[in-house]
Ligand binder design. Structure first.
Ligand code: CP3
Length: 345
């Protein structure tokens, strides 16, 4: 079976032997070849130049035997395309050029043009598809409406995103107006990605856990479902929702074909909420990549054993690799997954 077939099989749950492996935020500062390119080009310049985006997307695959490439981009290209640019703060985190503070701000956001303005992502995907051929999977992605709204309303990274939560609870009409506008742009954007050759789409709801339990559907899931609907029948969707362990059940009923969870959650417990053929992705602690190859091998093997050959398991980290992640640890993770056979258990 090729890597691409293995990934597709996991998402349709007809996988055999070993789980596919790909790693969230595969590219980045832990790789010297990424840092070298970053010396010459800005982050957004790399994202917006298809040849450079392809080069960065393929860097991890040149080093490691991963089953899929994820296009090098960012979730915040959507607000940027709608007229709300951003940059990285010197000390880490996101700074939007302004915060959405009023209805007038919201009305000024452009609509109906995100897919056009983001054609560079489509171009990178088409180039990647032809580079990868049929042997390895290709993943596209976007941010969830809720998680994008967090950055847009608070004006950048902010602990707990208080302005966003207070707008969502204090002015639900205005909040819904923003969510509708964002969801429409995202729907066009993911349709464009589907037409550009992806095998699966991942939706990142990184700030899902900030929604109060009784608001999870209104603030986040109903809008995600609309984005998923836009590509329904074309590509499977994996929802990454960072949420407290005891709230995984609140994700039940979402329209995704797979769910990706961080290391705080228990994948076997999640199986009870999400029976086959739902795919389960995760969920090693990214800090593991800062330990030693022996520790990586032991921890990854234990996770694989505990999943007991589950054909819908996609082995992954629960979050992105940090700059201090060690290459030999990533290598050990990939080797452990590739040599694992379910009968080992
Ligand atoms: O896995 C991959 O290689 C795909 C690329 C990818 C990036 N961002 C590239 C990136 C993906 C899937 C993302 C998603 C993303 N971006 C999310 C959702 C996942 C998550 O992390 O919860 C979010 C919230 C963002 C927004 C964003 N972009 C943040 C918060 C940061 C870190 C800023 C900081 O504090 O330094 C980024 C930067 C970013 N996106 C990097 C990469 C490789 C690091 C860029 C660099 O420093 O060179």
């Amino acid at each position: 079976m090729t890597s691409r077939q293995r990934l597709n099989a996991a998402l349709g749950c007809r996988n055999e032997g070993r789980p596919p492996v790909w790693i969230m935020r595969q590219a980045g500062r832990y790789l010297p070849e990424y840092r070298a390119l970053k010396q010459r080009h800005g982050f957004l310049e790399m994202v917006k130049t298809p040849e450079l985006a392809v080069e960065v997307s393929l860097q991890p695959l040149k080093r490691f035997e991963l089953d899929a490439a994820i296009v090098f981009s960012d979730i915040l290209v959507i607000p940027e395309a709608m007229g709300q640019p951003y940059h990285f703060r010197d000390k880490g985190g996101i700074q939007m050029e302004y915060a959405l503070e009023s209805e007038a701000c919201l009305d000024k956001l452009d609509s109906g043009c995100a897919a056009d303005r983001l054609s560079y992502v489509g171009d990178a995907l088409k180039l990647l598809r032809s580079e990868l051929g049929d042997s390895r999977g290709l993943l596209g992605f976007c941010g969830s409406p809720w998680t994008l709204a967090c950055y847009m309303i608070d004006g950048g990274s902010a602990p707990g995103f208080p302005k966003t939560r207070s707008l969502a609870s204090g002015n639900p009409v205005l909040f819904a107006k923003l969510m509708e506008k964002l969801t429409r742009e995202l729907a066009d954007y993911v349709r464009m990605q589907a037409a550009s050759g992806i095998d699966a789409l991942q939706v990142f709801d990184s700030w899902h856990g900030l929604c109060p339990p009784d608001k999870v559907r209104d603030w986040s899931l109903r809008w995600i479902d609309e984005v998923i609907e836009a590509v329904s029948g074309e590509v499977p969707v994996i929802l990454y929702a960072k949420t407290p362990k005891d709230r995984v059940n609140l994700l039940a009923g979402c329209k995704a074909q797979g769910i990706s969870l961080d290391h705080e959650c228990d994948l076997r417990e999640a199986r009870e909420t999400f029976p086959q053929p739902f795919a389960l992705q995760g969920n090693l602690d990214p800090a593991l990549m800062e330990t030693s190859p022996t520790q990586v091998e032991e921890t990854a093997r234990n996770l694989l054993l505990s999943m007991n050959g589950d054909p819908g398991h996609v082995l992954n980290l629960g979050h992105g690799i940090r700059p201090q992640g060690k290459i030999e640890c990533v290598q050990a993770l990939v080797e452990t997954a590739r040599s694992f056979r379910s009968e080992d258990s």
